[in-house]
Design a protein around this ligand. Structure first.
Ligand code: MLC
Ligand code: AMP
Length: 495
């Protein structure tokens, strides 16, 4: 039996989830996920790694569906709930999903695709639960594939990262131990649930520990502080942009409300930041507001978390910390030779936490591992007094904005399909709130282009978080002798 399910059976009466003002126990979760597993199994005894895509809002139903897919032997493919149709279609087609599950609010966007593709389409609100016959569930080896999450990289289209149950268990167990999770914990989840930060660090760690996860359907600083003020949450995890937004909101409040919030936050057990570099200024301001030194950690879709500041020793501002238990790390130079102490190099990772493969992309998988099996992260770091410090990425084409990884090449490809655009180049430019924002330089052909219209056009094609926030119309793009766009020069055009 999967460890997370087994642990749930040990804590049946504990409160597992609070969503939509309702409270659910672990027994509720076991019952509901068993029922859902029975529904998708139909006449089969095991889904045998069938891909099942699901577009469900964060909350009890999301977890029931995720566990149901796992318990039936399927591979869970969570869809981003803010994706426009082309991005949804890409994931569904790329994974070859045979079943697609939709929360009622997403039925309309997926319906045309269901009609065209003919996959089994299940709308949660239309399921007749009473008619489902509870089935015996398969016994799963932990080497089985469990999940595919999409991540952008240095290729123009996102790749599906396949993790096994053993990978997920390793990723979750090391965090539960290192950050001292217990059944007494109560965490607020405001992160999207198509990425590891929300799925692994927040919900899976909590549920493996017998703790409670409370969901807010979407992020707002006021909403987050509102839930905090109830006095039950004691663990919080977010990307730096969210801390930035919470700080701005707190600063806008009157004195007495600020004090109340500080008083509430000071009682938390743990507050974590990650997915992007935490600016020292944000860490310091948050400390004055909350009394907490944020625990910064480093991770990636392919590895879960790899490096973390310690729970009960010094947390250093500007550093991502030390390798987590069970995770092997090394720094190498461009020839893949381990660097001398104190020198910078690419972070490479080995361990049970490391993913299995990119879905249907054997070449990309092979390229991302060294011949001796180390995963190449593409992040460059240095170790100082035992603590890792990130210096940057080895590809300028990877942008991190609001904690999301974005490929400059993917946006360029889409922009180039616009009739009025002759050529373009996309870069990330530093921004205090978002980490980086996406900026596009475009060369127009002889047509007039209204940037507002362009913006609406691109938002129909890709998620809002990937779309350019600044445009510059240029006569030509800076290029080197080989004709390649020099993006560092391009960055200087934006401020
Ligand atoms: C949105 N906006 C942006 C933007 N995204 N502006 C600049 N850059 C961006 N990236 C603008 C919108 O256009 C809108 O403005 C306004 O911000 C509010 O938009 P929204 O979509 O409602 O944003 P909000 O809900 O506030 O979202 C911000 C956020 C979200 C920080 C909560 O981006 C988020 O949840 N990020 C977390 C992503 C994450 O989980 N990453 C982990 C990946 S895993 P207007 O003017 O149009 O109203 C990983 C591994 C690891 O990285 O280590 O964890
Ligand atoms: P993703 O592919 O979305 O999982 O993003 C992983 C990337 O996020 C890593 O390769 C890093 O570049 C970045 N990242 C995660 N945590 C941190 C951190 N604490 N500091 C700097 N970058 C980070």
């Amino acid at each position: 039996m999967l460890k997370i399910v087994k642990n749930a059976t040990a804590n049946p009466e504990n409160q597992a989830i609070i969503s939509d003002n309702q409270s659910y126990t672990y027994q509720d979760l076991l019952n509901s996920s068993h029922q859902f597993a029975s529904l998708i199994l139909e006449n089969l005894v095991d889904l045998n790694e069938t891909r099942i895509a699901f577009m469900v809002s964060p909350g009890f139903d999301y977890v029931s569906v995720q566990w149901g897919i796992w318990r039936a032997g399927g591979i869970a493919v969570p869809l981003c709930i803010s994706y426009p149709l082309p991005s949804l279609q890409y994931v569904i087609e790329d994974t070859g999903a045979e079943i697609v599950i939709a929360g009622a609010e997403y039925a309309e966007i997926l319906q045309p695709l269901a009609a065209e593709k003919g996959f089994r389409f299940i709308i949660l609100s239309e399921v007749d639960k009473a008619a489902i016959q509870q089935k015996k569930l398969p016994n799963l080896q932990s080497s089985r594939k469990a999940m595919i999450l999409y991540t952008s990289g240095t290729t123009n289209l996102p790749k599906g990262v396949v993790t096994t149950h053993a990978n997920i268990e390793a990723q979750v167990s090391t965090l539960v131990k290192s950050w001292q999770w217990s059944a007494k914990d109560h965490i607020l989840c405001i992160l999207p649930l198509h990425h590891v930060h929300g799925i692994i660090n927040v919900i899976s760690c909590a549920l493996l520990s017998g703790a409670t996860v409370e969901f807010l359907p979407s992020f707002s600083a006021q909403g987050v502080f509102g839930v905090f003020q109830k006095g039950e949450i004691n663990v919080f995890m977010a990307v730096p942009t969210i801390y930035f937004k919470l700080i701005s909101h707190w600063e806008s409040l009157p004195d007495d409300q600020q004090k109340q919030i500080t008083n509430t936050l000071s009682k938390f057990r743990l507050m974590v930041s990650g997915s992007a570099a935490l600016p020292v200024s944000v860490m310091e301001k948050w400390k004055t507001i909350s009394t907490h030194t944020l625990l910064e950690r480093y991770g990636m879709t392919e590895i879960g978390m790899g490096i973390s500041n310690p729970y009960d020793a010094e947390r250093k501002a500007g550093y991502i910390g030390r390798p987590l238990a069970g995770v092997k790390t090394r720094l190498v130079d461009e020839n893949n030779v381990v660097v001398k102490r104190g020198q910078a190099g690419e972070i490479q990772i080995k361990g049970k936490n490391v993913f299995l493969e990119y879905w249907n992309k054997p070449e990309a998988t092979q390229k991302t591992f060294t011949i001796d099996g180390w995963f190449k992260t593409g992040d460059v770091a240095v170790v100082e007094k035992g603590y890792y410090r990130i210096l940057g990425r080895d590809s300028i084409d990877i942008i991190k904005s609001g904690g999301y990884k974005i490929s400059a090449l993917e946006i360029e490809e889409i922009l180039r399909t616009h009739v009025a655009i002759e050529d373009c180049s996309v870069v990330g430019i530093p921004n205090e709130e978002w980490g980086e924002i996406v900026a596009a330089a475009i060369i127009l052909n002889d047509q007039n282009l209204d940037l507002k219209v362009l913006n609406t056009w691109i938002r129909e094609k890709m998620p809002a978080y990937k779309t350019p926030r600044q445009y510059k119309i240029v006569e030509e793009l800076p290029r080197n002798a080989m004709g390649k766009v020099t993006k560092n020069d391009l960055k200087k055009l934006f401020n």
